[in-house]
Write a protein that binds this ligand. Structure first.
Ligand SMILES: [Zn+2]
Length: 229
């Protein structure tokens, strides 16, 4: 059903980490979905209702084909057997060719729990002789996006050129005003400015205006070198 499923601990992590890649995949005609694992609330300036409305607005901006929230506990996300089963059942239902998970090193325990949960649920997705809903399914690839609460000096597996999609990413992130605008410093070093600087940094490393980095635990498989630049 889906070409790619982005799994996010909180509503806004998918947009922050790979909003440009999502817009890029959509522009290429892929069917792309986002599964938020928790509500992301409480936060200092958000409420569940505000966050849900912001998420709906960002979903429209990105043109997602599918988005749901698994309803797991925010701040207390854990890779439990029950959570793994719930996520595996979603994977068996939407059958994404590729999965995207948060990067495995992070200060936020929900994020590192999400990484483990996605990897384990991906494996459970293919199990036979189980009472899980849906038919067995194994996502071909899993890549990791960076929405990290640490200042890491990372060595990504690849950097995607998102120059044509930067404005879409920014518009999607602006939807989450309760997270990135309200109560944040304005002026030349606002959060959104820092985000632009980061995208420009990754773009500079590949000779393009804006980029997004991705990690992979396995080597990348290329059928040819024609897509490299
Ligand atoms: Zn998060």
């Amino acid at each position: 059903m889906l070409d790619a499923l982005v799994i996010a601990p909180h509503p806004d992590d998918a947009e922050l980490g790979m909003g440009g890649a999502i817009a890029s995949m959509k522009a290429a005609g892929w069917r792309v979905g986002v599964l938020d694992l928790t509500s992301g609330e409480p936060t200092p300036h958000g409420t569940p209702e505000i966050r849900a409305a912001e998420t709906a607005a960002a979903t429209l901006v990105l043109g997602l084909d599918w988005r749901e929230n698994l309803g797991l506990p925010n701040r207390c996300l854990q890779n439990t057997l029950d959570a793994r089963r719930q996520l595996a059942e979603v994977i068996r239902r939407v059958r994404p060719r590729w999965l995207f998970a948060p990067y495995w090193i992070d200060a936020h325990p929900d994020h590192t729990a999400a990484t483990q949960l996605v990897e384990d649920a991906r494996f459970w997705g293919k199990l036979t002789k189980t009472d899980m809903a849906g038919d067995p399914f194994h996502a071909e690839r899993i890549f990791y996006y960076y929405c990290v609460h640490l200042r890491l000096a990372v060595q990504p597996a690849f950097v995607l050129d998102i120059s044509s999609h930067w404005e879409t990413k920014l518009a999607a992130i602006r939807c989450y005003a309760s997270q990135f605008v309200t109560g944040r410093p304005t002026g030349p070093h606002s959060f959104l400015d820092q985000l632009r600087d980061e995208a420009a940094y990754w773009g500079r490393l590949i000779g393009r205006p804006y980029g997004e980095p991705f990690a992979s635990r396995e080597p990348l498989a290329l059928s040819g070198l024609d897509r490299l630049f």
